[in-house]
Write a protein of this length. Structure first.
Length: 330
């Protein structure tokens, strides 16, 4: 008996076979070897039909696994399973839920395509010297999701880990950080490339737990030659990145200002890619922070100028920082 395999660390199965599987495994293990054949049992819930009843062909609520895989692929199906229900709880099958997981993975793929264009010939330096506040912000958020996902996975909370990872990747990495560094990437900023390389790689290392196929494909396209590991599945679990908390807080302000300015452009029916004449930002207590991130605001919004005012008030308040307001000038 190989002690790495026996006893098994984990025995997962549905609650319908606890007696006929878990119990007899324990019984036979003790009878034959003097110990249980597994250390822990993980009791999964059941996937029900869209009508809430157990899937059965006679009910007309049966969905073939092959049908799901052919339409959306294994990664989308796996990720939906993780997102859909807490461990041990039943879940109704949902085409909308699988589609949501699929759209998220398309978002990841498109982000990776963008990153590959700038990281193709880039050699990582493992240095954060010269990192801007917004870089420290994304590294802080990455550290939080690594810490949270690690704790949740250790307690078999796959749903919590998956939700945290999707929230970070979709809304913080793709919607905010990538948009905020496009102008720096276009200018060849090596720090922006280094941070993007680090964040994307560590994100994929976590995502590979839920969506191994797309994670492996992106790893081979961008990281395989640079990292040297044959597969992302043998890569170590990501370590927490280094960051400066004070600078991360300043970066958080930059993200909030950029987001509100983008909403202002949208409400004014100005294309997000269209240039602006100026952005006026108002705050007495945070003026120093605003001046520190003015270049990122300017580059992201394609503004000719960003003016920071210590007096006055703009047309729109930044929700996350109520003492900050702004006005855009076409």
């Amino acid at each position: 008996l190989d002690e790495r395999l026996f006893p098994a660390d984990l025995q997962p199965n549905g609650y319908d076979i606890i007696r006929t599987w878990d119990y007899y495994l324990i019984l036979r293990g003790v009878a034959l070897f003097g110990r249980s054949q597994f250390k822990e049992a993980l009791i999964n819930g059941m996937v029900r039909g869209t009508d809430g009843r157990m899937m059965h062909k006679s009910y007309g609520n049966y969905v073939s696994t092959r049908e799901v895989l052919e339409k959306y692929g294994a990664d989308s199906f796996r990720l939906w399973v993780a997102l859909a229900a807490a461990t041990g709880q039943d879940v109704r099958f949902s085409w909308e839920g699988v589609d949501y997981a699929h759209r998220f993975l398309v978002k990841v793929w498109n982000a990776a395509r963008l990153a590959e264009a700038y990281l193709r010939d880039y050699t990582p330096t493992r240095s954060l010297e010269g990192a801007r506040p917004i870089d420290h912000w994304i590294l802080r958020e990455l550290a939080a999701v690594i810490r949270g996902a690690s704790e949740r996975l250790e307690s078999y909370d796959f749903q919590g880990a998956a939700h945290a990872l999707v929230e970070f990747t979709w809304h913080k990495l793709c919607d905010h950080y990538l948009e905020a560094i496009k102008h720096r990437l276009s200018a060849g900023d090596p720090v922006a490339k280094e941070v993007l390389y680090t964040v994307l790689l560590k994100t994929l290392q976590m995502l590979s737990v839920f969506a191994p196929h797309i994670s492996e494909e992106i790893y081979h396209i961008i990281f395989r030659e640079k990292e040297g590991l044959e597969s992302i599945t043998v890569a170590p679990w990501p370590e927490l990145p280094r960051f400066d908390e004070q600078l991360a807080r300043v970066g958080e302000l930059a993200v909030a200002v950029i987001a509100e300015a983008r909403r202002a452009k949208h409400d004014a029916r100005i294309p997000l890619s269209a240039p602006l004449r100026a952005i006026h930002v108002y705050s007495s207590e945070l003026s120093a922070w605003l001046k520190a991130v003015a270049e990122d605001v300017k580059g992201t919004l394609r503004a000719e100028e960003v003016f920071v005012h210590e007096e006055g008030r703009g047309e729109r308040v930044v929700p996350e920082f109520p003492s900050v307001s702004l006005t855009i000038e076409k």
